[in-house]
Design a protein around this ligand. Structure first.
Ligand code: GLN
Length: 304
């Protein structure tokens, strides 16, 4: 596959879209990022990397962290994780509270905020610092030991986390959160504030394309069956209430974040990360979704 040619073409054709959409500014530090960035990196299990644009510029991974936190929690609890959080698309915004009341405080899936807070609660009850566990994991699976969370973004998010706090307290009222809410919300804000590049993220997600094993280190992160299940969840729930349209357009399991990043995997073949900060109405990177649609269209490769 000539990924050099495909990524170069995408990088060229995406230009009119850069700056369209809105940078997330409900977290003030994120609002400072230029909407004109665009980067894309694709890695294969044999160690090859293709990248264009700002693929080596760190950005706030935000909800992409939910994928890795969930990997850790799934590894720890196995199928018991699903007693605490569901596996259905929510059809609602990622930060919506509405379903929580009539579903007795059990979030629909681990990739919306309520579900991610439950996952962080699981990690808080197992690790002294849940966010440090996520950071360590990401360093290991990406091979970049310098990865960390951005203190200014974490603090900005913590100061504007009233909706997440409300969700966590609401779930606690149903007995669904074990640890103190402030500790869970703080760990969640730090985990979302982790800064990584497209190249880091594509490498970090490669175990999902490789049956649960990090190709260059040989570390088994998950067994093949949970790896398949996690990828299935990405497909149905990874891009919020746009998941149906995203799958129609792109045809890959993916996880997005309001920092403008999207990580996607093609099992057996590659992991890819695209970043452009301006978001569409659902909170997915507007140029990022388009770039991934072109990638699977031009390459003719998707899961379908
Ligand atoms: N930290 C963000 C929040 O809790 C993550 C949301 C996202 O990336 N969709 O609102």
């Amino acid at each position: 596959m000539d990924y050099t040619q495909i990524l170069t073409q995408i990088h060229h054709d995406i230009r009119p879209l850069l700056g369209k959409g809105r940078v997330a500014d409900y977290i003030p530090e994120l609002g400072k990022v230029s909407p004109h960035h665009f980067g894309m990196a694709l890695v294969t299990p044999d160690g090859q990397t293709w990248s264009v644009g700002d693929a080596a510029v760190p950005f706030s991974i935000q909800s992409i962290s939910k994928l890795f936190a969930c990997t850790l929690a799934f590894g720890l609890l196995g199928e018991d994780l699903w007693r605490r959080v569901g596996r259905e698309p929510s059809g609602n915004a990622f930060n919506s509270l509405v379903q929580l009341e009539y579903e007795q405080g059990v979030p629909r899936n681990p990739f919306i905020n309520a579900g991610a807070l439950v996952v962080t609660d699981v990690l808080c009850s197992r690790f002294v610092q849940a966010e440090a566990a996520v950071v360590q994991f990401l360093r290991r699976v990406s091979g970049n030991m310098a990865i960390d969370y951005d203190v200014a973004v974490a603090e900005s998010e913590r100061q504007h986390a009233d909706r997440n706090r409300a969700m966590a307290y609401f779930m606690k009222s149903f007995g669904r959160i074990d640890m103190p809410v402030e500790a869970v919300v703080n760990a969640y804000c730090r985990q979302c504030a982790i800064a990584m590049t497209c190249e880091d993220l594509a490498r970090a997600a490669l175990f999902l394309a490789n049956g649960g094993v990090v190709p260059w280190s040989g570390e088994r992160v998950l067994d093949p069956s949970p790896t398949k299940r996690l990828s299935a969840l990405m497909l149905t729930c990874g891009t919020y209430d746009e998941a149906g349209d995203f799958v129609y357009r792109v045809g890959l399991p993916a996880k997005s974040g309001v920092g403008g990043g999207i990580v996607a995997v093609l099992p057996g073949e590659c992991a890819v990360c695209v970043w452009s900060p301006a978001l569409d109405h659902s909170g997915n990177s507007l140029a990022g979704v388009q770039a991934l649609e072109w990638l699977t269209t031009l390459s003719g490769h998707s899961i379908f």
